[in-house]
Design a protein around this ligand. Structure first.
Ligand code: PEP
Length: 238
């Protein structure tokens, strides 16, 4: 069965874009393409009420407890939210999340019936010193890949920089990541590309056989641009 492309919007610490909740919102799924939005915690409920496929940007693995400022996977599930991001590089950077934290989040998400979208990717110096595959392998091997999860390959040096790998370099990493997934899930697990996707470059990435859509940051805050990126996914599969 071919994998349904997924285009996910990571709005980071920004308000939901104007028009996001409208009937013709580009953040709604369309023509064989799944979409997903990752708003701030404040915008989770409005997104859910508007019927958008919605995920939290983070969830604490413990259900309850002394973790000031955090919200748990259990609470996210209870709020009616089906998805959660785990291990985004900005969380790894700003909150010192390690691989073991990301695994704990992904496992807690699954325990609570949430679908985790798990981010992996190397830094610029890891790519420059040709350790990118080693690093990504380390990040991927520990993940609960026998379960239904989505992986997002996001080279850290491509996030918000306007610099991207070539589509062929991204495909090389995606195929490598797929080879690390246990056989039973290898062909069905979606692997998204993330890092400076735009309306101009999206099609080339989505045409690669192991790139199953995108995790879009900056460009996802502009509804018209996000619509173009979704259309690129439609075009790539036609
Ligand atoms: C992201 O934050 O996941 C991301 C890919 O950001 P950008 O598209 O802005 O590079």
């Amino acid at each position: 069965m071919p994998r349904t492309p997924l285009i996910a919007a990571n709005w980071k610490m920004n308000p939901a874009p104007e028009g996001a909740f409208a009937a013709d919102s580009p953040y709604r799924p369309q023509s064989g393409i799944e979409t997903m939005v990752f708003p701030t915690f404040f915008d989770l409920q409005p997104c859910l009420e508007a019927g958008l496929p919605t995920g939290a940007q983070y969830g604490h693995p413990d259900s309850v407890g002394a973790h000031t400022g955090d919200v748990s996977m259990t609470m996210i599930k209870k709020a009616g939210c089906p998805f959660v991001l785990c291990g985004h590089s900005e969380r790894r950077r700003d909150h010192h999340e390690e691989d073991s934290d990301v695994v704990a989040q992904a496992e807690a998400a699954l325990r609570n019936g949430l679908h985790p979208v798990i981010c992996v990717g190397e830094t610029e110096s890891e790519r420059r010193t040709k350790r990118h595959k080693q690093v990504v392998e380390r990040q991927v091997r520990v993940l609960p890949l026998r379960e239904v999860v989505t992986i997002a390959y996001e080279p850290v040096w491509a996030i918000g920089t306007g610099v991207t790998p070539t589509p062929e370099q991204a495909e090389d990493m995606h195929a490598f990541i797929r080879s690390l997934i246990p056989e039973a899930r290898r062909e069905s697990t979606r692997i998204l590309y993330g890092g400076s996707l735009t309306a101009e470059n999206a099609l080339e990435f989505f045409q690669q056989p192991d790139i199953d859509g995108g995790l879009v940051g900056g460009a996802s805050l502009k509804p018209a641009v996000f619509r173009e990126i979704v259309l690129a996914a439609v075009q790539a599969r036609s």
